[in-house]
Design a protein. Structure first.
Length: 232
């Protein structure tokens, strides 16, 4: 099922044929099918994207209930063989318009509940963007989308723990580019850095005939810079 965001619902509302008569708006030309579709779309918006203030949220819920009342009355009219009751509102009290105004306060992206606050990042815009990215990644990971795909492709070479805190660098290195958090070049740099990091173990360094020196240190710094760039 496609993910529904506030801007999509606003666009849907903007194309509704709301007939304006002086300061009055009629819903009859819109019809029950499109009003029902509007309510369905509103239900599909993720809760964390409904960021309107308390008063507007209450009005948003009330407006949805008013539209449902209109649909219920129309259903009763049809069942009784009567013509549809005229649904007429003043422009300022029109429930569709009030829903449209409430959705103006809502973004299309917002971090999922439980996403780290990143308070150590002082730039507010950067912090918000990174939290949105982290939220999207956490949602994908909680659904098992990325890890299942990568395990099938044999990119992940070890079992992926259910708890993110039990992941190792290998898991993050392979999942992050798959989700678009970092680019393929950055992923390559991180893989190299991961290999050099393992040289802190003397036995491994001896077996591979490699040393942890200035060159390997600079490679690790390059990987870090690439990650910072991609996440910024």
């Amino acid at each position: 099922m496609p993910r529904v965001v506030p801007s999509q619902v606003r666009a849907f509302i903007d194309q509704l044929p709301l007939r304006t008569m002086t300061d009055a708006i009629s819903h009859n030309q819109v019809g029950s099918a499109r009003l029902s579709a509007l309510l369905d779309l509103l239900e599909e918006i993720p809760e964390q994207l409904l960021t309107m203030d308390t008063d507007q949220y209450a009005d948003f819920i009330t407006a949805k209930a008013q539209i449902q009342d209109i649909l219920d009355v129309w259903t009763s009219n049809r069942n009784a063989g009567h013509q549809l009751t005229t649904s007429l509102f003043h422009a300022k009290t029109d429930p569709v318009g009030r829903i449209r105004a409430a959705l103006d306060q809502c973004p299309d992206e917002s971090p999922a509940p439980g996403t780290a606050e990143l308070r150590f990042i002082t730039d507010a815009d950067l912090r918000a963007n990174l939290r949105n990215d982290l939220g999207a990644i956490n949602v994908a990971l909680s659904n098992g989308i990325a890890t299942t795909t990568l395990q099938t492709a044999c990119t992940l070479t070890s079992t992926v723990p259910a708890d993110l805190e039990d992941w190792v660098l290998h898991h993050y290195t392979e999942v992050a580019p798959h989700l678009g958090a970092i680019g393929p070049t950055t992923a390559t740099e991180v893989r190299l850095a991961r290999g050099f990091r393992n040289l802190i173990h003397p036995g491994r360094a001896q077996r591979l005939g490699q040393a942890c020196d200035r060159g390997t240190a600079l490679s690790c710094v390059a990987a870090l810079e690439h990650v910072v760039r991609d996440l910024s």
